[in-house]
Design a protein around this ligand. Structure first.
Ligand code: BES
Ligand code: ZN
Ligand code: ZN
Length: 489
């Protein structure tokens, strides 16, 4: 799909010519000089009139009116050149891609060198542009009856650059792979729960295993009863849908040491159980498996880009519904770890399914664990929706995750977990732990509860209840970048 060419973008016949525009006095220097010349300096005029803007996140679409063979110019405003980084490109191209989507572009030409600065190489720019382009253009198809007009598909992308073409081509492919992984997560999350049951999630994992050679293991209800996964099974107890504990293992070599492990909350629908949600609060709870979706999206990227370190994914998949068999508030359940839990609130089910998933991951020799979950409404109150809330028991590992999140452009913010918090989680008259110690600090109560099961294994918890709503597919890239990063420590 990617063709890399050295010259003559001015004569490209693409449906759109994508350019990056920096906010500097002479906007059409360097790579863009020939373009302005082809328009006899008229582009500079358009800037003066405000029809074309280089301001950060401003996108402009200019019809070519026969001045060049391409049909139109799509310009991504990048702001000040000195301040621009990878994310400035991502944001600008996202805007430009969304704005130009309605044109049904079948071919795009990218003037790559117009995105390059002293601090952004052509390869970095290529990855950022392609990744943003394919993420922004993605739209969940849903189940609407298709209209008669066949939708136009993007078929070719020509990237014009003076740089080494094989390096740029592989950077484009990495960008596309990242976007595809994120889009997988978006699709899985958006799929309604009657079409994305625990069994469907298991099928998605199987398809990844088949494509990329992962080991796949799926525990059925009976398997889990045998080993005593009482916390996960309590949540699944009321459901007619068979629960699945899904494990994928990526083994790049014979060594299964220091295994980076992703655990994703896979609650395919959360009614709240007997602590039932309100009629408004329940809508949208098909997305309570966004953590599982991010993990599967990241595994897709891992499968394609094949990092050196071993990676494992564990997904506890069930819905949380009411029936005569469902678990109830006041029940005491025994987790796989042996710790007993008093259920105060059946709507605090995420921490229960994750508790057993984390114990299970440790039994499978997880080295470092990162869990991703739409865990609490509390995190939205605390941090808003543009940040993912984090909790950790290990500073160096948290730093690694933070670094990956920065590289991914996905903000995370750490929440404190104090001894006072831990005492509240451990306060119960009848059991070792309490799944809902009360509303105050409840994002911390949720994460802290999961930490009781991570124990001494380095662990980072990511609460995406808000961020997955604002930014579907969130954390897919952070997880993938973490897997691809060097493991120097
Ligand atoms: N799945 C919800 C959290 C959630 C809320 C996700 C809003 C997305 C949007 C979770 O299982 C839940 O219900 N949490 C409760 C916990 C409480 C009962 C301690 C909550 O946040 O209210
Ligand atoms: Zn819940
Ligand atoms: Zn939930």
């Amino acid at each position: 799909m990617f063709i890399i060419k050295k010259e003559d973008y001015v004569n490209s016949e693409a449906d759109a010519l994508f350019i990056g525009l920096f906010d500097k006095p002479l906007k059409f220097e360097g790579a863009l000089e020939p373009l302005d010349a082809a328009f006899s300096g008229q582009l500079t005029e358009l800037i003066k009139n405000g029809d074309l803007s280089a301001k950060e996140e401003h996108a402009s679409i200019i019809p070519a009116l026969g001045q060049i063979p391409a049909k139109r110019i799509v310009s991504a405003g990048l702001g000040k050149e000195k301040e621009a980084d990878f994310h400035a490109i991502q944001k600008a191209v996202t805007k430009a891609a969304r704005q130009s989507k309605a044109y049904g572009l079948e071919s795009i030409a990218i003037v790559l060198d117009s995105f390059v600065t002293e601090s952004i190489t052509a390869a970095e720019a290529a990855e950022a542009v392609i990744e943003a382009l394919f993420t922004a253009r993605y739209e969940y198809q849903g189940y609407r009856t298709p209209g008669n007009e066949p939708e136009k598909q993007l078929k070719t992308i020509v990237v014009y650059t003076e740089e080494d073409s094989s390096e740029i081509k592989s950077a484009c492919e990495v960008g596309k792979t990242m976007a595809d992984g994120t889009n997988t997560a978006i699709r899985l999350t958006a799929t309604p729960s009657n079409m994305m049951t625990p069994d469907d999630l298991a099928l998605q994992a199987k398809s990844l295993a088949d494509q990329y050679g992962f080991d796949l293991e799926i525990l059925e209800r009976e398997d889990m009863e045998k080993i005593g996964m009482g916390a996960f099974l309590a949540v699944a107890q009321g459901s007619a849908e068979p629960p699945k504990m899904i494990t994928l293992k990526y083994k790049p070599s014979d060594s299964w040491e220091d295994v980076l492990t992703f655990v994703g909350k896979g609650v395919t629908f959360d009614t709240g159980g007997y602590s039932i949600k309100t009629k408004d609060g329940i809508v949208g709870m098909k997305t309570d498996m966004a953590g599982a979706a991010a993990v599967l999206g990241a595994m897709e990227i891992v499968g394609k880009l094949r990092p050196e370190r071993p990676v494992m994914a564990v997904i506890p998949a069930t819905d949380n519904v009411i029936s005569a068999k469902a678990f109830k508030p006041d029940d005491v359940i025994t987790s796989l770890s042996g710790k007993t839990i008093e259920v105060k609130n059946t709507d605090a089910e995420g921490r229960l399914v994750l508790a057993d998933a984390i114990t299970y991951a440790k039994q499978q020799r997880a080295g470092k664990i990162i869990d991703v979950a739409t865990l609490t409404g509390g995190v939205i109150i605390a941090l808003g929706k543009d940040k993912t809330g984090a909790i950790t028991n290990n500073e160096p590992f948290f730093e690694e995750v933070l670094e990956a999140s920065r590289e991914a452009g996905e903000m995370i913010w750490r929440l404190p977990l104090t001894e006072y918090d831990k005492k509240r989680i451990r306060k119960s008259d009848v059991a070792d732990l309490n799944n809902s110690p009360g509303r105050d600090g409840h994002a911390i109560m949720g994460g802290g509860f999961i930490g009781e099961f991570a124990e001494n294994t380095p662990w980072v918890h990511l609460d995406i209840a808000g961020s997955a709503e604002l930014t579907p597919g969130v954390m897919t890239r952070t997880l993938a970048i973490l897997a691809l990063s060097d493991q120097s420590e």
